[in-house]
Design a binder for this molecule. Structure first.
Ligand SMILES: [Zn+2]
Length: 175
C-alpha cells in the first residue's frame, strides 16, 4: 500500500465532477489497490474521510472511518467504503457543525448539513448496501459525497466568518 498525494483547493482535480465506477471495475485489482491506498492515506493524515477526487482520481468512491478516540465525533464509525453513493434526506432539519478537510489544510469552518439521511451505495465487493445515518456520520457522508461533485465545505458555509485556523480554533473556540 502507499500513501497518496492529496490535492488541495486550487488543483482542478478537487473541483471536477467524478464519474461512477463501472460495476465490473470495482473488484479489479487497480480499484482495490486505490481503495486500500485511500484508507491508508486517510489514516496517515488523520482524516475521518477521503474521496477519490482528493487523490486525483475522478471516480465516485470515498472512504470513511472515525476511531473511538477521535474527539471530533461522539460516536465511532467503522471503516466504510462508498462506491457510487447516493444520499437522500430523511428530515428537513439541518444542523451546524465544524468541518475541516485534507484539501483545505489547517482550517475549520461551521457548515450546515442534513441531520439525518439515507445512504445507498456499493461496497468494495460491489454489493449494494443501504444505511441510515445521523449527526456526525451523516455530516461526513455529505462532506465526502460533495467531493464527488467537485464541492468542498467552504461552498456550503453560511457565514465565512467562522472560518478559523485549527490552532486558533483550539485556543478560542474549542468544542
Ligand atoms: Zn474534504
Amino acid at each position: 500500500m502507499s500513501i497518496l498525494k492529496v490535492a488541495r483547493i486550487g488543483h482542478p482535480a478537487v473541483r471536477a465532477r467524478a464519474v461512477d465506477v463501472a460495476p465490473d471495475r470495482i473488484t479489479a485489482a487497480d480499484t482495490q489497490r486505490l481503495i486500500d491506498d485511500m484508507i491508508e492515506t486517510m489514516r496517515e493524515y488523520d482524516g475521518v474521510g477521503l474521496a477519490a477526487p482528493q487523490v486525483h482520481m475522478g471516480l465516485r468512491l470515498a472512504v470513511i472511518e472515525v476511531s473511538e478516540e477521535d474527539d471530533r465525533a461522539e460516536e465511532a464509525v467503522p471503516l466504510t467504503v462508498l462506491v457510487n453513493p447516493v444520499v437522500r434526506s430523511l428530515a428537513d432539519e439541518t444542523v451546524d457543525g465544524w468541518e475541516g478537510c485534507l484539501s483545505v489544510p489547517d482550517l475549520r469552518g461551521l457548515v450546515p448539513r442534513l441531520r439525518r439521511l439515507e445512504l445507498r451505495a456499493l461496497d468494495r465487493a460491489g454489493k449494494p448496501f443501504r444505511l441510515e445515518a445521523s449527526d456526525f456520520f451523516a455530516r461526513v457522508i455529505q462532506h465526502e459525497c460533495d467531493h464527488l461533485d467537485g464541492s468542498v465545505y467552504l461552498d456550503r458555509m453560511k457565514d465565512a466568518r467562522s472560518l478559523s485556523f485549527i490552532d486558533e480554533w483550539d485556543r478560542h473556540v474549542g468544542k
